[in-house]
Write a protein that binds this ligand. Structure first.
Ligand code: MRU
Length: 348
């Protein structure tokens, strides 16, 4: 387990993922600007982790409203609370976990206020909701790990993309939770880690997480995946998700679709591992999923140096959408599902 995110009593403590793997630096975020900067710049990242950061963030805003401890004056604390929550909600548009968690926190606050709770008691209620959501995410990771581990045989060769481990969640993982559980059962999985350009979440974060657990990990450039399947053979592809539409179309880190197309061509089973908080059943298909576009310099620069002409035009979508037909199953905390997803998801 990784201490990805925690509540200190007055701040949100995160492990700064932009500094990994060179340094393990923790940051205490105690104001709105700092939190928004951290989420926007991927100091904390991964759909479930930014959901948890979002709900702790709303708890922090509720605390500021109760204690009057904003940066600058706030004539109407309740209004400023709602505006701050809205700002957090919109920082990253693709991962539905963020909006879902913020909405949950705001509903909790307004319900407490409409019952006549003081600002202080309403803030305490939001903090309790945040702690519960964090704990539920850890439980979901354990359950996904168990549900998926049965798919791996002894020495299975698994390809993964981006980072879906403890860093991307409340501390345990989604796709990597399956790998961790298989390793715990003595299946000795071998994981091929796609480096995940432009920000290298695979090379920097997934390789770090697997190696610290003593799991065999081999980094490949994204462009090597099809050739890897053609030459070395693979047993399974396991990826996470940022938003899953009602028909199963799945948004995940850019490059996931390319891996799924190659897996279909070479007959490799392709699974998505995600908690229910990543499903958005309000969207009928992936065509409605908003895809975050990020800055050109993320592509132009590598290791702080330009690798393109400084003004090279760039197209930098942070995610792509894999059509459901390329996905063999959705591994969730309630087992391996197929669309149309049943009423169990709607109850959440
Ligand atoms: O831009 P990022 O690093 O936040 O993107 C993260 C991913 O795409 C992950 O694969 C996804 O959130 C699943 S995390 C368990």
């Amino acid at each position: 387990m990784i201490a990805t995110i925690a509540w200190t009593g007055s701040a949100i403590r995160i492990l700064d993922q932009t500094r990994l793997p060179e340094a393990e630096i923790y940051l205490d975020l105690d104001d709105l600007d700092g939190l928004c900067e951290a989420i926007l710049n991927l100091r904390i990242r991964g759909a479930p982790a930014i959901g948890i950061a979002g709900i702790y963030g709303v708890a922090l805003m509720a605390l500021h409203a109760a204690e009057g401890s904003w940066q600058g004056a706030a004539a109407d604390p309740e209004r400023r609370f709602l505006q701050s929550a809205q700002r957090i909600r919109e920082i990253r548009p693709t991962a539905v976990n963020l909006a879902w968690a913020v909405d949950r926190a705001v509903d909790c606050f307004t319900a407490a206020r409409s019952r006549g709770a003081s600002l202080k008691d309403a803030a305490a209620a939001v903090l309790t909701a945040a702690r519960e959501l964090h704990a539920a995410d850890l439980d979901a990771s354990r359950a996904m790990g168990k549900a998926g581990a049965v798919l791996l045989k002894q020495g299975s060769r698994v390809l993964t993309h981006c980072n879906t481990g403890g860093l991307a969640t409340g501390g345990l993982g989604t796709a990597l939770a399956v790998v961790f559980e298989a390793a715990r059962r003595g299946k000795a999985p071998c994981v091929y880690v796609a480096e995940t350009r432009p920000l290298l979440q695979g090379a920097r974060l997934t390789a770090w997480e697997l190696l610290r657990e003593g799991i065999e990990a081999t980094v490949v450039v994204d462009g090597a995946r099809a050739w890897l399947m053609a030459n070395e053979g693979l047993d399974l592809v396991l990826v996470g998700a940022d938003r899953i539409a009602a028909n199963g179309d799945t948004a995940n880190k850019i490059g996931t679709l390319g891996g799924a197309v190659a897996a279909a061509r070479y007959g490799v089973d392709f699974y998505v591992v995600a908690p229910f908080s990543t499903f958005d059943l309000n969207l009928p298909s992936g065509a409605e999923i908003p895809v975050e576009q990020r800055s050109a310099d993320e592509v132009r620069c590598l290791g702080g140096k330009y690798v393109t002409p400084k003004t090279a035009p760039v197209w930098n979508p942070a995610f792509d959408v894999t059509p459901a037909e390329l996905i063999k199953g959705w591994i969730t905390e309630h087992g391996i599902l197929q669309p149309p997803f049943d009423g169990g998801l709607r109850q959440l």
